[in-house]
Design a protein around this ligand. Structure first.
Ligand code: SF4
Length: 253
């Protein structure tokens, strides 16, 4: 069983090893997973294009009002907030007013949780668009999905529901300031953790030149029941290979 969708705009805080006490921001509908990827390991199950077409994105004005009410109430109650992360029920960059939302949420962060870092978890499918890159550039941290170093492995693992130009995706990642990559490894039904797939991934990570790379594996029930995690030792070995071959700091989480 995959997990249910987030039912609100602000959720958490979630205790995260990477982010500390992290509030999530869901700019997306609450009645459908809203994503252009359809990753075999997705914790929310499969992407359904018909459901996506039926569901509605809310305007920035409404979302910002709700976020301000939530932040105000939370700051009054107290409790640490180390980061505020755009994530939620799919891919946050699909909101057409992302730039405006970030610009209006930043002052709310400054007012209510001034120590919190503003971050995003993105599937990288829209990073080829300069407007999306401009919006992402306004955040403190950009955690971009990058599970495969070639178009074939990408298609099999991330399984996008629209045609994605993989080369343009890589160019977009290279053009982002201080990008952090997050890469998930599995051994079945596709194995991206060794052989040619891993070599090509290492080469492309080196080309992108990220600020850091986080490697991990599945820990929640995946959309495809055939998905198998890799063990921690293999993850640690991949992190060492990133440091050596791609010359980037790498962490297992
Ligand atoms: S990018 Fe995230 S939400 Fe979208 S299908 Fe992949 S794992 Fe699921």
């Amino acid at each position: 069983m995959t997990i249910p969708l987030q039912s609100s705009v602000v959720y958490g805080p979630v205790a995260s090893r990477r982010f500390g006490s992290s509030l999530g921001i869901n700019l997306l509908p609450t009645d459908a997973k809203f994503c252009l990827s359809n990753c075999l390991y997705c914790q929310y199950g499969w992407t359904d294009r018909d459901e996506m077409r039926r569901s509605k994105l809310r305007p920035a004005r409404e979302l910002v009002e709700e976020i301000e009410r939530d932040f105000s109430a939370r700051s009054f109650r107290g409790g640490p907030v180390d980061s505020i992360t755009f994530s939620g029920n799919g891919e946050p960059t699909l909101h057409p007013e992302l730039g405006k939302l970030i610009r209006e949420i930043k002052p709310l962060r400054d007012r209510y949780f001034p120590k919190a870092r503003l971050a995003i978890l993105s599937d990288s499918t829209r990073v080829h668009l300069s407007g999306v890159r401009d919006a992402l550039g306004e955040l403190d941290e950009r955690y971009m999905k990058f599970d495969a170093g070639d178009a074939g492995t990408y298609a099999r693992i991330n399984n996008p529901v629209v045609p994605i130009d993989w080369e343009a995706l890589v160019r977009g990642l290279k053009a982002l300031p201080e990008v952090t990559l997050q890469s998930l490894f599995i051994t079945s039904p596709v194995d991206n953790s060794e052989g040619e797939s891993l070599d090509r991934w290492l080469e492309t990570v080196r080309e992108i030149g990220p600020k850091a790379v986080y490697v991990y594996t599945v820990s929640r029930p995946p959309a495809d029941s055939r998905v198998k995690p890799i063990d921690r030792n293999r993850l640690a070995r991949i992190a060492r290979q990133v440091k050596k071959a791609a010359e980037s700091p790498a962490f297992v989480y």
